[in-house]
Design a protein. Structure first.
Length: 270
């Protein structure tokens, strides 16, 4: 087990992703961007998330028995969360890792966690079927998380299809226990409020321990599809019923949500 070395992932001082960070992402499947936002900004988002979840619970307190999630989160507090899709710091990370023509898929969730999360990918869980279109999650932790205390753990390089399939075979053979943190090469990505974690959806990841009610929210992105089969791989969210996301968008957001907007308009016509 190796703790992440932030001297490798780098501290992003501008919206520009370095060439080293791009290579790190392509090779290992993740990059950490320490203090891309301020802790005060993240706490504002965290409080908005808590209000959204409380409304979802009908005003009840969080009982801490199981994970609480709202998805799509940004629809539950548009004034707070919509502007994040115009923020040059976040868009700079996305463009730098997936390309300037990359797309927001609409997928985003806000969570209050309980306990551990076993090993999985965000493509097909623990399925051997892995798509070839690069897609990515950006994760914001609203509370400090550390190794054994709720931080993201990853298996570097496991987003490559051949490695992913080998790990699935290891599960079937009984040598990879998805419910255990004791996996060779496990790398914990400790995080403070203000850090942004970017990782490929195909990357095997998990979290272990952590306080009840720790808060985290995410946004999902995709490389721009160039062929019909790639278009079918874009995991657009179906949770949007309003077109306000498009109506309030500036030029940068409009480009990012072009595919999602077409999907929403199609759903609203049906």
């Amino acid at each position: 087990m190796d703790k992440v070395n932030h001297s490798i992932t780098g501290s992003l001082k501008s919206p520009v992703v370095t060439e080293a960070q791009r290579h790190h992402f392509r090779t290992f499947g993740f990059v950490a961007f320490p203090q891309l936002f301020t802790p005060a900004e993240i706490e504002r988002y965290g409080q908005a998330l808590e209000r959204s979840l409380r409304r979802k619970r009908g005003g009840a307190d969080f009982d801490g028995k199981e994970r609480d999630v709202v998805n799509p989160m940004i629809e539950h507090d548009r004034d707070v969360f919509y502007p994040l899709l115009d923020d040059e710091r976040l868009l700079g990370v996305v463009d730098g890792l997936l390309g300037e023509d990359s797309l927001f898929t609409g997928g985003n969730d806000g969570n209050m966690y309980v306990g551990s999360t076993p090993w999985h990918t965000d493509v097909n869980g623990v399925s051997p079927n892995v798509h070839m279109l690069p897609t990515m999650k950006t994760a914001f932790y609203c509370d400090p998380v550390a190794d054994g205390h709720g931080c993201l753990s990853v298996i570097p390089g496991s987003h490559h299809p051949e490695v992913c399939r080998q790990l699935y075979d290891a599960i079937q053979a009984g040598v990879f226990d998805i419910n255990s943190p004791d996996v060779p090469g496990r790398t914990p990505l400790e995080s403070m409020p203000g850090d942004v974690m970017a990782f490929d959806h195909r990357l095997w990841h998990s979290s272990w321990g952590g306080k009840i009610g720790r808060r985290m929210f995410t946004f999902n992105w995709a490389s721009c599809p160039k062929q019909a089969w790639e278009e079918r791989m874009v995991p657009y969210s179906t949770g949007y019923k309003s077109e306000r996301l498009m109506e309030t968008a500036g030029a940068r957001r409009r480009q990012k949500i072009a595919g999602l907007a077409a999907r929403i308009q199609e759903m609203n016509r049906s």
